[in-house]
Write a protein that binds this ligand. Structure first.
Ligand code: PBG
Length: 354
């Protein structure tokens, strides 16, 4: 029998309250506030929960040892040298965070037009993967595939005469993915938005015996102003020439996101991501409902910076805004969230709840 959602409201029709009525209670049979009256009952009817298993923690890497360098636009987020990244991985594992995402700050001297440092098996990301895998073998490691931390022009692909070359870039991205897989990366995350890269990377990984390495595609990735602080962190904001609108998506589009996601799934993505997060919850919900794939949201650097800036000014409660934002992703259908708040949330969960 079909459930008729209209009925309770019909039944709850107000009857006029007599002027001389002994008490002024409205004659309401149905009172949604009953379920909300105590903490225990709010918990009991809660539809979504956040657990540490929902978290992927993005880490920024920098050369050196014992380095923890702050990032002005991202309070409490630091670039870590490899040894410090290992400590961070240990902390994440203790907190049962399942996965880290690694992003390198490449020294300017190692950046060039072609992003060749991406293919160096001894680059910062590869060294960090090996060190973390050695000391903390049970934590998952996700790495971007894209050239922007390595190019002198700050783009994710090869730039020729003002144009980002697609197919030539894909060839390099496949090699970058292989270098990362060789170092021990568990999840390859193409964030470049070139056409056909997921299929090419899947074929490349399988051909080289990395059939167990997963792909999380940045499938619907928008050309967003909210990446600003990340570009500070990896040092590409000052170098970036122009913008990324010829490869990242137009924020005006929704249907296009479904086509992008469909292609990445057809090409072999194991998991898909929508990015940015909160301004794109509609996309997240539609993607999850349409494809029923493991679907992740990236609460990007600008979203983090906004909450932290407002909290720093005393304009909102940072912890509450953090929790509410995470709940919004879960409600919209995310299976997990890449978030710079990961450790803070996990610590709060461990202490007994959010
Ligand atoms: C690189 C990449 C970006 C982010 C993740 N991978 C920036 C960009 O595309 O310019 C953004 C993450 C964030 O803002 O937190 N392609």
């Amino acid at each position: 029998m079909a459930i008729k959602f209209g009925r309770p409201l019909e039944r709850n029709r107000l009857r006029p309250v007599e002027a001389e009525a002994p008490c002024s209670r409205l004659d309401l049979a149905i009172r949604p506030r009953r379920n909300r009256r105590a903490d225990w009952s709010r918990r009991m009817v809660r539809e979504n929960v956040i657990t540490t298993a929902d978290l992927i923690w993005p880490l920024f890497l920098v050369d050196g040892t014992k380095v923890r360098a702050g990032i002005d636009s991202m309070p409490y987020v630091e670039r870590l040298s490899v040894d410090e990244a290992v400590r961070a991985a240990e902390r994440a594992a203790e907190l049962t965070i399942p996965c880290l995402a690694l992003f390198p700050y490449t020294s300017p001297a190692r950046r060039d037009d072609a992003g060749s440092e991406a293919l160096n098996p001894d680059n910062l990301v590869c060294r960090a993967i090996r060190a973390i895998k050695k000391e903390v073998p049970d934590i998952g490691i996700l790495c971007d595939v894209a050239l922007d931390p390595y190019t002198s022009h700050g783009h994710d692909g090869l730039l020729r005469d003002g144009v980002i070359l697609n197919d030539e870039t894909v060839e390099i991205l496949v090699r970058q993915a292989l270098v990362e897989a060789e170092a021990g990366c568990d999840i390859i995350a193409p964030s470049d938005m070139m056409d056909g890269r997921v299929g090419a990377i899947r074929a490349g990984l399988d051909g080289a015996g990395f059939g167990d390495v997963s792909i999380m595609a940045y499938a619907a990735k928008y050309a967003s102003a909210f990446y600003g602080p990340f570009r500070d962190a990896v040092g590409s904001s000052t170098t970036l020439i122009g913008d990324k609108r010829t490869y990242q998506m137009d924020p005006a589009n929704t249907d296009e996101a479904l086509r992008e996601v469909e292609l990445d799934i057809a090409e072999g993505a194991d998991m898909i991501m929508v990015k940015p997060g909160m301004p794109y919850l509609d996309i997240l919900q539609r993607v999850k409902e349409t494809f029923a794939m493991p679907t992740f949201a990236y609460q990007v650097s600008g979203e983090y910076a906004m909450i932290m800036a407002a909290a720093g000014n005393g304009w909102l409660d940072g912890d509450k805004a953090m929790t509410e934002s995470l709940m919004a992703f879960k409600r919209a259908g995310a299976d997990g969230v890449l978030t710079y708040f990961a450790v803070r949330i996990a610590e709060k969960l461990k202490k007994g709840g959010l």
